[in-house]
Every structure is written in C-alpha cells, then in structure tokens.
Design a protein around this ligand. Structure first.
Ligand SMILES: Cc1cc2nc3c(=O)[nH]c(=O)nc-3n(C[C@H](O)[C@H](O)[C@H](O)COP(=O)(O)O)c2cc1C
Length: 165
C-alpha cells in the first residue's frame, strides 16, 4: 500500500511552475497557490486545475465560475507562500507579500508582475477523490518576459541552464 507521503514524494520529482488562482469576491481578491494545473485542449482552448474539497477556493470557483490563473515569476516566492496559507482574509496581501492586482474587463484580479495571466470561464467539473478537477475555457491571455518560479521536491527553485547535450 502506498502512503500519501510516498505518493507526494513521488510526485514531487515532477518539477512544476507555480500559479495563483484569483477570484473576485464582491470586490475583494481571493487567491490560492496551485501547481496541479495543466493545459488540456487547443480547440477549444481549455485548461484544468485541481482543487482540494476543503479549500475555500473550491466553493468560490463553483460559485463564481470565473477565475484567473497567474503564473508566478521567480521573484514571487513570498506571494506563493502567502496564498498557500489556509487561514486569513488576504487583506494584508500587499503589505505582507507585495501582491498587487489590477482588474480585467471581466473584473477578475490579475496579479502584477506575474509571467502569464489566463482569464478562465468554468466549463465543467469532475470530482476526483478529495479534489475536484475544474476545466475552464481560456478567454484571454497576457504573456510577459521573465523567468519562472519553480517547485521541485517541496522546495522553490529557479530555472537553470538550457540543456543542449
Ligand atoms: C507550491 C504549492 C502548490 C499547491 N498546489 C495546490 C493545488 O494544485 N491544489 C490545491 O488544492 N492546493 C494546492 N496547494 C495548497 C493550497 O494553496 C492551500 O491549501 C491553500 O491554503 C488553500 O487556500 P484557500 O483555502 O484560501 O482556498 C498548494 C500549495 C503550495 C505551497
């Protein structure tokens, strides 16, 4: 029998980027750090993100059906840590983590300085164990230059040299 810890260790070898899911809650920004995120389809443009049933964001995505995915730049580790905390109202995001937001035409919060922003409209959900897979249509993207924040074996990392050999 494989334990959840062993499974986590195994999956930790799969290096990922780090995203913040953003949702507008009546003018307030709710964010959640997520790396269970993937591209799904090019026609139509679809992506997925997996969210724990117990996360506050789980209820927010079901209710609002619109969210943003912000792919973090290498200097945004503190923002990732801030939005991975299960408690708190996120009122101190700017003071504590330097997170500042603009709004898209749809009113979705878009994180300043992130590498990429994707505007998402929820299409479908699939319960999968203790998580739900949220599949969304991508309505807009903003892509900026820069280097990503990476997550590997439970630690934040920077990108290394390009492998050519
Ligand atoms: C690097 C990293 C990646 C994470 N990825 C996910 C994820 O993909 N899905 C998830 O449900 N939680 C993920 N989490 C945990 C959530 O960020 C954490 O449970 C958060 O407190 C939930 O916030 P909420 O209750 O405000 O929604 C991740 C945490 C870290 C540090």
């Amino acid at each position: 029998m494989i334990s959840p810890i062993e499974f986590r260790r195994a999956m930790g070898a799969f290096a990922t980027g780090v995203t913040i899911i953003t949702v507008d809650l009546d003018g307030e920004v709710h964010g959640m750090t997520a790396n269970a995120f993937a591209s799904v389809s090019l026609d139509p443009l679809l992506l997925l993100v997996c969210v724990d049933h117990t996360a506050r964001t789980h209820a927010h995505l079901h209710a609002k059906k619109r969210f943003g995915i912000n792919i973090l730049a290498e200097h945004q580790r503190v923002i990732s840590e801030y939005y991975a905390q299960p408690l708190g109202a996120h009122e101190q995001a700017e003071e504590d983590a330097g997170a500042r937001f603009d709004r898209t035409a749809h009113g979705t919060p878009i994180l300043r300085g992130a590498l990429t922003y994707l505007e998402c409209r929820l299409k479908s959900t699939q319960d999968a164990g203790d998580h739900t897979i949220f599949i969304a249509e991508v309505e807009d993207v903003v892509v900026r230059e820069g280097e990503p924040l990476l997550f590997f074996r439970g630690k934040y990392c920077q990108i290394g040299e390009e492998v050519t050999a």
